[in-house]
Design a protein. Sequence first.
Length: 534
Amino acid sequence: MTATAFDVRPASSRQLAGTGTLLRFALRRDRAMIPLWVAVNALMVLSMPNTLKGLYGTAAERADLLRQMETNASLRAMVGPVFGDSLGALTAWRVGIYAGALAAVMSLLIVVRHTRDEEESGRQELVASGMVGRRASLTAALLTAAVANAVLALLLTAGLAGQGASGALALGIGIAGLGMVFATMAAVVAQLTESARLARGLTAAVLGAAFVLRAAGDSATDDGSSVLTWLSPLGWLENLRAFADERWWVLLLFVAAVATQGAAAYALAGRRDIGMSFLPTRPGPAFGRMASAGALAWRLQRGSVLGWSIGFFLAGVVYGGLTEGAADLVGDNDNYRQIIERMGGRAGITDAFLSAMIGMLGLVAALYIVASVLRLHGEETSGRAEPVLANAVGRLRWAAGHLAVAFGGTVLIMLLAGLGFAVGYGKEAGPILGACLVQVPAVWAIGGLTVLLHGLVPRAAVAAWGVAGAVLLIGWVGPALDAPQAVLDMSPFGHLPKLPGGGMEWGPVLTLLLLTVALTGVGLAALRRRDMAT
């Protein structure tokens, strides 16, 4: 029986009717995505103690690291201050913030996927016509995020228990708590906005602002006591001080934020119709101003390109500022030097450090191109592509507009990253820009694979995120774990020349460009011949 005037169940029960069924359905839909996110995050954290043991194996080396962090404001801005010299404390320092950020991204994607995405596609209206309460979908989405974060917390707690059970529990709960803060935040934003893309973008922008606030606060103080640090949820995780006399009361901040934002999301969800929002999309002009499919693609993606461009330029400035002191940071630590050389080549330590940081931004750029190419998939599955293609616009012209933004945007953000490095480092920009552009063929190869997946098997197109995540994991963790060269070669970035400092090798670059052309061509040919999703 549906919730009608004759339903004798309590109002709260009717509001949540069908939550269990929707939760099982959401977990089934995310049976690949959630394990992948959790596994990547857990592996990054759990692999760190052994790596740090090799880098800072003696008490003297750890004490020297603490002294460096007290005086190096730029490094504190990047990874935060150190609160202890145990392997557990160093693990929380080195990857805690980034693990928390990954948990936040995972959580916001899950919540938006099962709330606003469902409404935008029209599926939520069909579901709501059955025995489903008004707030059941929102509850199921938050419970799905909670399950993912709980599994992550259990893995981290169990895996780091050898470093100290109390610290492991604090770090696991803190990272999961941060994930739930952004899950409930995404739930609020999903009620306010009319577009899933905008909901994801705004929540991700808040995460970026939180990182900037924490970085600014940590650069000013060496103990996490800055007001700016406390204004950031990432700063709360840092000030939990896992493995260093834990401050358990900090968890109350996570609880308060989750409860407040969750209550706001539930209140908003009960006051709007399905498909509507409190901040409706502004209507466009009465007469169209875009003369081509390419102009439409640019209009749809220009905000994303602008955001990534600003982020890469600022990241370049920060990393460039660290480059001058790279030799002092490495010091006499041979293990750390070897990791930098595996990432950036065997040139001088400064060039190797610069190459490694540019390579890291190249890995992150793979996330940009996947998101940009998959805009094709989003336009198709949402039904917005159909009216465009109903006019005198062929599929290839329509796709070419989005691919021009994706592939051209990659060049733009890498060039801006190079300019940022040059500004921060204060050296000649030419070699640095060349090193940034060398990353582009590897990023394009990931984009070509995404086009292939969308063209051949559109239902599996989101698997491109898994490919990008695997490449990021290989590039991030592989050198630190001294992974075999065969593993590193599984990533297209493993074949690029190490610039600046190393010699230019055109063979791998041209091979990756040809591979990109082949993958993109096959993907577009398949797109042209298959049925469009409805």
